[in-house]
Design a protein around this ligand. Structure first.
Ligand SMILES: [Zn+2]
Ligand SMILES: [Zn+2]
Length: 287
């Protein structure tokens, strides 16, 4: 088991009102899809949007921006990151800095979303906690991304891709279709990926294969919903690896997606377990 000796942080927290209102709103709209009639095309739209946001987040923000687990043309990177912004989550610089902090201080008091402060806090509470994150941390942890004009623009306007998508879907599919066709897959995506931070760091769930210095776990059902992110103990053992599954039965759809990009000539230099990804530097970025 881990040799880390985390202790319970004692910091007080303040609720971020704007984010709390946003969360109540999107969860309410998603819940309304349970009693509102679904248009006939809703199911493929729900699945397609859920998968698109997941690929944008977990391939674009996670494996590409945060870990540089592979390289690709800039337009592919921007496309994936823009898909991730449909989630209304933090900007790419904020997301990558929080995640890199998580890897540096995993399950220690400095870890922003460790279950050290409780399962709820690691799942959603830290997002509602105004004091959980340092909005300037990207200047220290994301120097390789800090001069990218698109990512700097998204620091202030990260909600624009989501707002544009909602308006376009409302105009084309009808406003009454939005709860089922946009907000339901959005909330499904939220909790699928939040489970990686919470469930996949709970000591009595799932299993461990590599003996990492943290409490990370492999949880198969999280991988089903989060398209392979649930092999989280594997990921903490080899954070620079593009695939997360380490056995034939540990399905990893995002790795299949990266391999598809490679076949199309749109991705290269995919790192494998045991291969160390180079420290991200501005001059190593693909163009
Ligand atoms: Zn983790
Ligand atoms: Zn990671």
């Amino acid at each position: 088991m881990s040799s880390a000796t985390p202790s319970e942080p004692s910091r007080r927290s303040r609720t971020h009102t704007a984010i709390a209102v946003y969360m109540v709103l999107v969860h309410g709209l998603a819940a309304s899809s349970l009693w509102l009639p679904w248009p006939p095309f809703a199911l493929p739209v729900v699945i397609g949007l859920h998968v698109s946001i997941m690929l944008g987040t977990t391939v674009g923000l996670h494996r590409l921006l945060s870990h540089r687990a592979f390289r690709c043309p800039r337009w592919v990177e921007y496309g994936l990151v823009t898909l991730a912004m449909l989630s209304g989550q933090g900007s790419p610089l904020l997301w990558a800095s929080i995640h890199r902090i998580h890897h540096v201080h995993t399950d220690l008091p400095e870890d922003i979303h460790s279950p050290l402060r409780g399962l709820w806090y690691s799942h959603l509470g830290w997002i509602l906690d105004e004091d959980s994150t340092d909005s300037e941390a990207w200047r220290k942890y994301c120097r390789d991304l800090a001069e990218d004009r698109y990512y700097l623009w998204l620091l202030r306007y990260r909600m624009v891709p989501q707002a544009v998508t909602v308006v376009l879907l409302g105009l084309t599919l009808g406003w009454s279709a939005l709860p089922a066709c946009f907000f339901l897959p959005l909330v499904l995506w939220m909790h699928s990926t939040y489970c990686v931070n919470s469930v996949c760091h709970v000591r009595f769930l799932g299993f461990r294969t590599p003996d990492t210095r943290d409490f990370s776990r492999n949880v198969w059902w999280v991988s089903v919903f989060a398209l392979g992110e649930g092999w989280h103990n594997n990921h903490h053992a080899f954070p620079g690896s593009a695939p997360h599954g380490q056995a034939w039965w540990q399905l990893d759809p995002r790795w299949a997606f990266i391999r598809l990009l490679r076949v199309c000539g749109l991705a290269w230099d995919g790192k494998l377990p045991g291969q160390r990804a180079p420290e991200p530097q501005p001059e190593t970025r693909a163009t």
